[in-house]
Ligand binder design. Sequence first.
Ligand SMILES: *[C@@H]1O[C@H](CO)[C@@H](O)[C@H](O)[C@H]1NC(C)=O
Ligand SMILES: *[C@@H]1O[C@H](CO)[C@@H](O)[C@H](O)[C@H]1NC(C)=O
Ligand SMILES: *[C@@H]1O[C@H](CO)[C@@H](O)[C@H](O)[C@H]1NC(C)=O
Ligand SMILES: *[C@@H]1O[C@H](CO)[C@@H](O)[C@H](O)[C@H]1NC(C)=O
Length: 183
Amino acid sequence: MAKLSVVLLVVSLVGVVQWAKTTNAEGWARRLEAEKENVTNLQFYFHDIVSGKNPTAIKVAQPSENKSATLFGSIMMADDPLTEGPDPNSKPVGRAQGMYGSAGQNELALIMAMNFAFTDGIYNGSCISLLGKNPAMNPVREMPIVGGTGLFRLARGYAIAQTYWLDIATGDAIVGYNVTVVH
Ligand SMILES: *[C@@H]1O[C@H](CO)[C@@H](O)[C@H](O)[C@H]1NC(C)=O
Ligand SMILES: *[C@@H]1O[C@H](CO)[C@@H](O)[C@H](O)[C@H]1NC(C)=O
Ligand SMILES: *[C@@H]1O[C@H](CO)[C@@H](O)[C@H](O)[C@H]1NC(C)=O
Ligand SMILES: *[C@@H]1O[C@H](CO)[C@@H](O)[C@H](O)[C@H]1NC(C)=O
């Protein structure tokens, strides 16, 4: 019986030491319990207006010589409204703020680096970050979601973008986004 208690004591001490090593290895760093993850699907429309008096996306850089039909090297800064439906006057749900630039020499391939900041309901103040290639002339594009804040902390996932409306002459576009994130 005494032997057994000594064994149990040793086992529990080893346990405590192990805990100290793994959960509190240093005073400034400790591991936390993992929380259960949620999956959220978001569907909204992105309005990118480059023409007219009140563009939502403006060119901030371009190559000194225009050598390509794909506008390779041009960079746009955008603050685009996101709405619930395709109608620009439908309920606003947030804004897409960030940059996109032409990264393709021989194809229209945009590199998108954008923060989608939501403003509606419980999602007001929460953001997701999109970073990836957008071959904008393809009917359907997939881009990675690489992070988030607020309700979307630790988000990762993907965005499926489909052009809903495009004015070829000006480049104005309404794009449907269907985003799935684990967070
Ligand atoms: C998952 O969703 C539930 C219910 O909305 C919420 O209580 C919980 O905090 C969420 N978990 C994470 C990790 O976001
Ligand atoms: C750049 O050149 C291409 C043809 O080489 C032309 O189609 C395009 O309109 C030009 N873009 C600008 C901004 O001048
Ligand atoms: C979102 O939150 C901000 C700051 O808390 C507040 O000013 C704003 O009215 C909210 N927007 C909506 C649509 O609820
Ligand atoms: C959006 O994505 C979800 C999840 O993948 C899917 O169930 C739904 O059918 C998609 N909606 C549209 C309109 O593509």
